[in-house]
Ligand binder design. Structure first.
Ligand SMILES: Cc1cc2nc3c(=O)[nH]c(=O)nc-3n(C[C@H](O)[C@H](O)[C@H](O)COP(=O)(O)OP(=O)(O)OC[C@H]3O[C@@H](n4cnc5c(N)ncnc54)[C@H](O)[C@@H]3O)c2cc1C
Length: 381
């Protein structure tokens, strides 16, 4: 009987399985699809400085863990030695205030400074914050590497096994009941329904994002660029639940929810470029409307005209697991269940550290950082 069943094979579940198995626990990881088939492989894979000061310890630990995997020979792209850096971009004056509160220090740039830092951007940007940190990963391969490390440390990693319900002393799955000592719920945007069996309603809402991948081309971007704010503001998506009444109006069911946009773009070492970003409330996994993808493309063409002629080789959509306040839920739901989910747009950059913290809670060890800010019982006032 496993000591711990980990539900979910995204970056969080695989990293946790690795940590737990390495600490000597008997671990079974259950993933309903392929490894990383949720938000993880759909993400842009950037390990940028986080938006919230509370996340800084999780982010720093994640970088250390990814470096450790990389150094052990795991094959995933990672800017191990030299971060490409992050340009937080203020397109207009109204976005400048969004740069002031960034929890990781950087160099404030005016419009001319932005033009010098990223010559591919159109002239006329209001300013930016240039931060030395900012690393690229290929997140599917990162999760696969963590799963491999977990298996090497003795974990039983199973794909195509769905957990249907959290039972009293077991999890109920496609393969029957699996008795276990403890459970780690790391099911990303699908966590909320699993919690209901425990009488817990964790307000994790799926927020859709779209990305387009451009064919390899000559170097054009120097940093990971992220616009300081999504617009229209306030970003309606994580904060505004879909009510039955709103669904009944019809436009949402027909077209999906309206999206907010912020340029989020970077060039990979292989010359490909990933173009985002959008946020819209999601009701189901299938693509509800590709209009947000169109708007992402229009925004990128306007701000980086030199990319307009490049071939789009793929586009996809994924569901980010958003909490109400932008911080993940990491902590105990009851004496045998720990949750680690709700990482929103920051699950790659905090996934490793979050997994370590959840593993320490499961193992009864002193946590490497204070988990209070991530208490799963907190609710927005
Ligand atoms: C377009 C886009 C761009 C993004 N860009 C970035 C970025 O650049 N940097 C960053 O830090 N973050 C980014 N994110 C966010 C990041 O991808 C997520 O925060 C992160 O992947 C969450 O990881 P997770 O392991 O919690 O969830 P997931 O990766 O979604 O994993 C959860 C897993 O649980 C499985 N599962 C669900 N229910 C069950 C069940 N009942 N039984 C078994 N398995 C189950 C799912 O199949 C899934 O594989 C982006 C997200 C999107 C969509």
């Amino acid at each position: 009987m496993p000591d711990v069943v980990v539900i979910g094979g995204g970056v969080v579940g695989t990293m946790a399985a690795w940590q737990l198995a390495e600490a000597g626990a008997e671990v079974a990881l259950l993933e309903r699809g392929a490894l990383a088939s949720g938000a993880t492989s759909k993400s842009q894979g950037l390990v940028l400085p986080p938006d919230h000061a509370e996340l800084v310890p999780l982010w720093r630990e994640s970088i250390a863990m990814y470096a450790r995997l990389h150094d052990a020979g795991a094959e995933f792209c990672f800017d191990r030695e030299a971060p490409i850096g992050t340009l937080l971009l203020a397109r207009h004056e109204g976005q400048l205030s969004g740069l002031a509160g960034a929890p990781v220090a950087g160099e404030m740039l005016d419009g001319a400074g932005v033009a010098a830092a990223e010559p591919a951007l159109v002239d006329g940007m209001a300013g930016g914050l240039l931060i030395e940190e900012g690393r690229r990963t290929d997140p599917g391969a990162l999760a696969a590497a963590a799963a491999e490390a977990a298996a090497e440390a003795g974990a039983d990693v199973r794909t195509r096994v769905e957990v249907k319900r959290l039972g009293a002393a077991a999890v109920v799955t496609d393969e029957g009941r699996i008795p276990c000592g403890q459970v780690l719920v790391a099911a990303g945007a699908w966590t909320r329904r699993l919690g209901h069996a425990l009488g817990v309603d964790l307000p994790i809402r799926p927020v859709r994002g779209w990305l387009a991948l451009l064919a390899p081309g000559p170097p054009i971007l120097r940093h990971a660029i992220h616009e300081a704010a999504y617009e229209p503001t306030p970003d309606p998506t994580p904060a505004r639940p879909v009510s039955l009444e709103r669904l009944a109006l019809g436009t949402l069911a027909r077209n999906g929810a309206d999206a907010a946009h912020a340029l989020g773009i970077h060039q990979n070492a292989d010359g490909t470029v990933l173009v985002g970003a959008s946020r819209s409330a999601a009701l189901h996994e299938g693509p509800e409307s590709a209009d947000a993808l169109r708007a992402n493309a229009a925004h990128a063409c306007e701000l980086i005209p030199g990319l307009a002629g490049r071939e789009v080789t793929a586009a996809w959509t994924g569901l980010r697991p958003f909490s109400e306040d932008g911080l993940p839920y990491i902590g105990r739901l009851d004496e045998r269940t720990v949750v680690c989910a709700g990482h929103g747009s920051e699950g790659i950059l905090t996934g490793g550290g979050s997994a370590r913290l959840a593993s320490e809670l499961l193992l009864g060890r002193a946590p490497f950082t204070d988990p209070a800010a991530f208490d799963p019982t907190r609710r927005r006032a």
